[in-house]
Ligand binder design. Structure first.
Ligand code: AMP
Length: 308
């Protein structure tokens, strides 16, 4: 099934307790595209970069089977830049810089060949642009998933609420779920958020796993306890890429299949954090992914007989 990916393609500068990078390649759509490329080969990217974005990185995406016809290159402008610093727990971070640059007036142009996509992943981007993309598709995709962050909640909450009414799945972290719902309990937060539109909600909790909600059903997927976590940047986007890539590849929209997609998303995210930036997402082998998925299954399986 074809998958359309929208989101930032960026330069990131990251600081963690283990080191610091200069500008490296990042962005929500980059992580999503790379992660989903291990599941489906019909990935279409719609994004924008400046003339300063290295051509070899566009080539890298193409080598992963990503169609870049919808990637606009604004030769005279600068690529979106984000910088963040992680706290010692590696679960929380401060955004140091957000320079929208080309993202500031991004007008998403959907190539004709991208129309009729069955799965749409609206990666982190202004809710206004996310909405425009949905409106520009001649046919509503089978499934629309959206990721966002506190930055957009702070400056564009009304637009975000509007787009939430148009989607099927929302993928956010626990802090964002609390900010969006104004509820501390994640169960109450989930109910409130699903009333805003999405039928499915994934709440990521970093090293504490992820929750999947649909109506009254809940599923919890743990995170794999890893010996080394170098850089959590992009883990959320990588989760989204593995999640939607698995759904697009298997084309099943049952709650059971969503649970499997959460496991695949979590497995991909566990690779992402083991190296800086996108490094670990390049050149992964399918058997390594399957082995990791098995580790997730083993982690929560238990034989137990109840007394009654
Ligand atoms: P994550 O760690 O999954 O939340 O995603 C980190 C990625 O999101 C980085 O590669 C950034 O380039 C990108 N990013 C950070 N802030 C924004 C924003 N306001 N809009 C779009 N992308 C962003």
């Amino acid at each position: 099934m074809s998958l359309l990916v929208i989101g930032s393609v960026a330069f990131d500068a990251i600081e963690t307790p283990f080191g610091k990078t200069d500008k490296i390649i990042g962005g929500a759509a980059t992580y999503i595209s790379l992660a989903s490329s291990y599941f489906t080969d019909n990935i279409n990217l719609c994004a924008v970069v400046g003339g300063d974005f290295p051509k070899e990185n566009i080539k890298l995406l193409q080598e992963h089977g990503v169609d870049t016809e919808g990637l606009q290159v604004k030769e005279d402008e600068k690529t979106f830049f984000w910088s963040g610093k992680y706290h010692n727990d590696m679960n929380s971070r401060d955004t140091l810089v957000t320079e929208l640059n080309v993202l500031g007036d991004f007008d998403p142009i959907i190539p004709e060949a991208y129309q009729n996509c069955e799965y749409l992943m609206l990666g982190n981007l202004s809710p206004q642009v996310q909405k425009t993309v949905i409106e520009r598709l001649e046919k509503r995709p089978k499934l629309i998933a959206l990721d966002t962050m506190n930055f957009w909640m702070d400056i564009a909450m009304d637009d975000l609420k509007e787009v939430l009414g148009m989607i099927d799945v929302l993928i956010i972290n626990d802090e964002e779920a609390r900010q969006l719902s104004k509820e501390y309990s994640l169960v109450k937060a989930a109910q409130k958020i699903m009333e805003m539109g999405p039928k499915y909600l994934v709440i990521k909790k970093g090293e504490h796993g992820a929750l999947l909600f649909n109506e009254k059903q809940v599923y919890f997927c743990p995170a794999l306890p890893l010996e080394e976590v170098f850089d959590p940047t992009g883990a959320g986007d990588t989760f989204a890429g593995g999640f939607i890539g698995y759904l697009a590849a298997t084309d099943g929209l049952s709650f059971e299949n969503f649970k499997r997609a959460v496991i695949y998303g979590s497995a991909m995210a566990s690779f992402c954090v083991e190296k800086f930036g996108t490094e670990k997402l390049v050149g992964l082998e399918i058997p390594a992914i399957e082995k990791r998925v098995q580790e997730f299954i083993d982690l929560s399986q238990v034989e137990l007989t109840l007394k009654s």
